[in-house]
Design a protein around this ligand. Structure first.
Ligand code: FAD
Ligand code: NAP
Length: 341
């Protein structure tokens, strides 16, 4: 039996490293812990806070609802074809360890998603993405435990409403299911790697690599990320605090008149995605700090805890940024991070 723990310190269970406690803490490590969840009255009375690696959450208070930490292990190859393989992964497996496992076995598809913190079970939540690749491109299905009924359900790709940093699990089904495993389709012997994004090609050129392997791409992504993103073990953060806004084409044209250098990426014909980090940086807020809460000095989209900031102090910085961005550009920045309560 996995014990229910009381007054559990969440400081090391999330990457902002706030000093907050959970009244009840329970770890799900397999089928038997799901049975315990089905039957434990103490846990069933309240809604749960589901926690993976805690790299996309901000706690502003102690948590009075039970925190259910997902630690289901296991990576297994399900089906092997000549060009692809299907791999089923427990929700508790660390995402980057899966990426490294895939490269060690000669499978590609995950290399651009190297070094994203967190666990595999959370990856579908916001359809994790980086360097021009999103989870949806390799996703087949997931298994999930329905909290209200205790029943298991399989969701296939078309049922997950994947979008830009979102899915049905971040919207209408939020907190209704525990994702217990994901199944991905990876490639064998694939040569069409995605090198177009940002600095990947430059880093490969600098290292003299002409015909990169998936491992080379992964190494390039790791190098770029380590050069500009704060390591959560050194400075508390949850990655990009806001989503990049997708604005109307006409507003973008107007902004371009005032800010000729504003970057934008077409999304279909009507919308343009604008890097939120650029908007914030342009306001001079990179490196801004109020006590121990601040904006990272190399990437303005990342809010940081320099030591003893609490969730409210981080939120105050977030609101300050939202106000300044709204007043200057007429754009409302939406948080990407999941804020509790
Ligand atoms: P948590 O933070 O624990 O949870 C996130 C949300 O998912 C919560 O709402 C939680 O309730 C829910 N959840 C977690 N596990 C489950 C489950 N098994 N079942 C149901 N719900 C669940 N994200 C990107 O997309 N791209 C990036 O490039 C990227 N870079 C980052 C860089 C840094 C330095 C940091 C700190 C974060 C970055 N992120 C990025 C954000 C984050 O790493 C991802 O969103 C990641 O998938 C979160 O995983 P987690 O296990 O930590 O989830
Ligand atoms: P960057 O390369 O400086 O680019 C800034 C933004 O412009 C990115 O967020 C990206 O949007 C957009 N962009 C750049 N080139 C693009 C292209 N060719 N096509 C479409 N959009 C483009 O970004 P960065 O901050 O160093 O991050 C690099 C990658 O890691 C990005 O994909 C970013 O999303 C991801 N990342 C995510 C988090 C997180 O917590 N969510 C944290 C760190 C890094 P996209 O975000 O849509 O790619």
């Amino acid at each position: 039996m996995v014990p229910v723990q009381h007054n559990y310190n969440l400081k090391d269970a999330h990457t902002f490293h706030m000093d907050v406690h959970a009244s009840l803490f329970f770890e799900v490590i397999g089928e038997r812990s799901l049975d315990q969840l089905r039957s434990n009255k103490l846990l069933r009375e309240k809604p749960w806070v589901i926690l993976g690696g805690g790299s996309n959450v901000l706690f502003t208070e102690n948590v009075t609802d039970p925190v259910v930490k997902i630690s289901i292990p296991g990576i297994s190859v399900r089906e092997c074809g000549s060009n692809t393989i299907m791999v089923k992964v427990g929700a508790g497996v660390n995402w980057h360890e899966l990426v490294l496992w895939s490269l060690d076995h000669g499978y590609s598809g995950l290399e651009n998603l190297s070094l994203i913190p967190g666990q595999c079970g959370a990856a579908p939540m916001q359809n994790i993405g980086a360097y021009g690749v999103e989870l949806v491109q390799v996703f087949e299905s997931l298994d999930a435990f329905e909290i209200s009924t205790g029943l298991m359900k399989t969701f296939y790709r078309d049922e997950c409403a994947f979008g830009y940093r979102t899915s049905i699990f971040k919207t209408e089904l939020k907190n209704k299911f525990i994702i217990t495993s994901i199944t991905l389709r990876l490639h064998r012997n694939r040569s069409d790697l995605n090198l177009d994004y940002g600095d990947i090609q430059n880093v490969l050129n600098d290292t003299g690599i002409r015909n990169p392997t998936p491992r080379d791409v992964s190494n390039a992504v790791i190098k770029i990320r380590q050069s500009k993103l704060p390591d959560p073990n050194q400075i508390g953060n949850a990655g990009s605090f806001f989503k990049n806004p997708e604005i109307d084409h006409h507003l973008f044209k107007e902004l371009k008149r005032t800010f000729p250098e504003i970057p934008g990426y077409a999304v279909g014909t009507a919308k343009v995605k604008v890097p939120a980090g650029w908007l914030i940086d342009k306001l001079g807020l990179k490196g801004y700090r109020n006590g121990d809460a601040g904006v990272h000095d190399k990437q303005a989209l990342v809010l940081v805890n320099h030591g003893s900031a609490n969730g409210h102090q981080i939120l105050a910085i977030a609101h300050h940024i939202q106000d300044r961005v709204q007043n200057t550009y007429g754009i409302l920045l939406e948080p990407e991070v999941n804020i509790y309560p």
